[in-house]
Each structure stands twice: as C-alpha cells, then as structure tokens.
Write a protein that binds this ligand. Sequence first.
Ligand SMILES: *Cc1c(COP(=O)(O)O)cnc(C)c1O
Length: 221
Amino acid sequence: MNIKENIEKVLSALPENVRLVAVSKTKPVEFLQEAYDAGQRLFGENKAQELATKQPQLPDDIQWHFIGHLQTNKVKYIAPFVSLIHAVDSLKLLAEINKQAQKNDRIISCLLEFHIADEDSKFGLLMKDAEVILKSDQFTKLNNIRVCGVMGMATYTEDEQQIRKEFRSLKNIFDELKQKYFADKGEFKEISMGMSGDYPIAVDEGATLVRVGSGIFGARY
Ligand SMILES: *Cc1c(COP(=O)(O)O)cnc(C)c1O
C-alpha cells in the first residue's frame, strides 16, 4: 500500500471545489505523517480520545475534522483545536459545542447530519427535526458555533441508483436549508458525503467534502 499514490488517485478524481478528508481512524500516526508529507492537510477521526491523543503528535497546520457520532461529554477533548465537526444531530450537542467553544475562546464550525440512508442504525436528523432546531430561540443564541452545511451517509449497498438517490436527497436538503435559513450566510456551503466506496457518485451529486479512509490507508480490522 502506498499512501501517497492513493491520495493522488483520489485527488485526481475530485474537481477543484471538492476537498478530501483523509479518514485516519484506527491508523497509527506514522501513516498520518506519510499522508501529511504527501501534502494532505485535512484529516478525519471518529473517536474523541483517539483524536486528542494523535493531534499533539502531528504538525500544527493539520485541520482536524471530527466525523463520528460525538457524545456531549466528549466535546471538551476536541474543542481546543477541532476544525469542523461533521455529524451534529441534536440541539443538545450544538449547545455543548457552543459552551466548550466559548471556554476556549473559539467559534467552532459544524455540519448538521441528516438521515438519508435506508437503514435504521444510522444517526441523523430529518428535515422536520432540523427546522425545530433552527427556529428555536436557543439556537439563535449560540454565538460560538457556525453551521457550515450538511453531512450524510448513504446506505451500504451495491445499488448505485439507491446511493445516488440518497446523496441527491442530501443536496436537496442543503438547498432548502440554504434558501430558508442561511441565504445570507456565506459560510453555509458544505455538503459532506461520499466514502471510499461511493465518493465518485457523491461528487456527481454535489459533494464539497468527501471522507475517504480505507481507500487511502487500507482496510481497518
Ligand atoms: C470511517 C468513516 C468514513 C471512511 O470510510 P471508508 O469506507 O474507509 O472510506 C467516512 N465517514 C465516516 C462517518 C466514517 O466513520
């Protein structure tokens, strides 16, 4: 496995406006350093403690993205340095991120995670849940978070049409939210979708961030 070649291969399939998040969960810091040396600067992790352990061992100009389900009691571990939290699916979590951001004198960027897959097990909001959050008084008072877009995961299936339909539904959600709640917010521009198995479809359907792990660092065991 050649990490540099793998990154170059993925990048060659991405238009200029799409950014690659190298998903390095479970992988040793030596692998991340190799990706860094190949020019990669965005890394994604899905466990707060693992991220907090890796971050000080690697260069300061890495942008760390938290891509997993985040428990409120873990926000404090990543709040000092995290660059984007991808999978926010409750007002309670937004409020905790806001609180920890305030403590660190920062504004933390977040994406709202939507349930687009045909599977019960995945997390994420429905449109109506998101609207309740966005219309609430509590949300408008959260001055230390910045909602920058949406995130979703497609069903794990070979059926390309289904995957495409699910990514398209996330793009539609983004467009509707943009128009109704974020029309004047330039920062609301990200659509995080697509993993090793389906990122070309996600790019076709309007992704701005793709999250690729095994396609760069090899399979996880
Ligand atoms: C692990 C993970 C990925 C990357 O998955 P690969 O199939 O290894 O590319 C992307 N997004 C999330 C949320 C993940 O947890």
